[in-house]
Design a protein around this ligand. Structure first.
Ligand SMILES: [Zn+2]
Length: 258
């Protein structure tokens, strides 16, 4: 039986749609014309190791999952993701691929300009990868004078979501493939989580020279955090909290008055 046949429902299909949230936006141009969104959301992920139990695309899956949840709650134009970004500190592990901060900046600028030309004045970068430091500068430069741009989730939005979901590990300890990321995937895309997260905890509080030495100086498996504490329920509550917090980002953009 092929995948196509399975989703076509010819064989053993019982009428229930168990497919996870679509990773790519699937509306037509006419549907977007009728929605006439004034704010676009651009998910930005990465292609980097996430330990032995989460896929290289984890940050992308998380960014598009957040964007899809936002899309379901607010009238936004949801864009397809940028799937490769600044993961240089993970280069020691197989499969990891990066682009430079300069290239990422250029792509975001081009997308923002293309949106402006088509009448969508505001852009929210939904970032799933902490190593994309440069995005803060892109939004900073856009500022109140020139552009209409925001970075989401903010540190405050993540922090609120962690508390709301009962995430135990601190933001600093839960750095990579830990409690938060594993919970989000267990909730939204459980078929992507391999066995092993239950017994892969590794803490490395001191990562002072991370950017100089790379992450491999601090973890053998690539994990920094406590994935054994992850649960689908925590992932669900993190996502719900982020969707609520997004209203404040929209309000900030609206305050710009364009
Ligand atoms: Zn990640």
């Amino acid at each position: 039986m092929t995948e196509f046949e399975r989703f076509d429902g010819v064989d053993g299909f019982d009428g229930f749609d168990r497919s996870p949230p679509a990773l790519l936006p699937l509306r037509t141009t006419n549907e977007e014309r009728d929605r006439a969104a004034e704010v676009a959301v651009l998910p930005i992920g990465s292609f980097e190791q996430h330990g032995p139990y989460l896929p290289l695309t984890t940050d992308t899956v998380i960014a598009v999952t957040i964007a899809a949840a936002i899309d379901a709650a607010y009238p936004v134009l949801r864009l397809p993701p940028i799937t490769i970004s600044c993961s240089h500190e993970h280069a020691a592990w197989a499969g990891t691929v990066s682009i430079s901060a300069t290239t990422l900046t250029a792509v975001v600028h081009d997308v923002a300009e293309s949106l402006r030309r088509s009448g969508v004045g505001s852009l929210v970068l939904v970032n799933g990868h902490g190593g994309n430091y440069v995005l803060s500068n892109v939004v900073q430069e856009a500022g109140p004078a020139g552009g209409s741009m925001a970075l989401f989730p903010s540190l405050e939005a993540w922090s609120t979501a962690r508390t709301a979901a009962g995430i135990v590990t601190s933001i600093d300890d839960d750095m990579h493939a830990g409690e938060l990321e594993t919970s989000l995937l267990l909730h939204a895309h459980p078929h992507l989580v391999r066995p092993g997260y239950e017994s892969s905890d590794h803490l490395a509080a001191d990562r002072e020279h991370l950017l100089t030495l790379g992450l491999a100086a601090y973890t053998e498996s690539g994990v920094v955090g406590r994935p054994s504490l992850a649960s689908a329920e925590k992932g669900r509550d993190v996502l719900a909290s982020l969707v609520t917090s997004f209203a404040e980002t929209l309000a900030a953009l609206a305050a710009l008055g364009r």
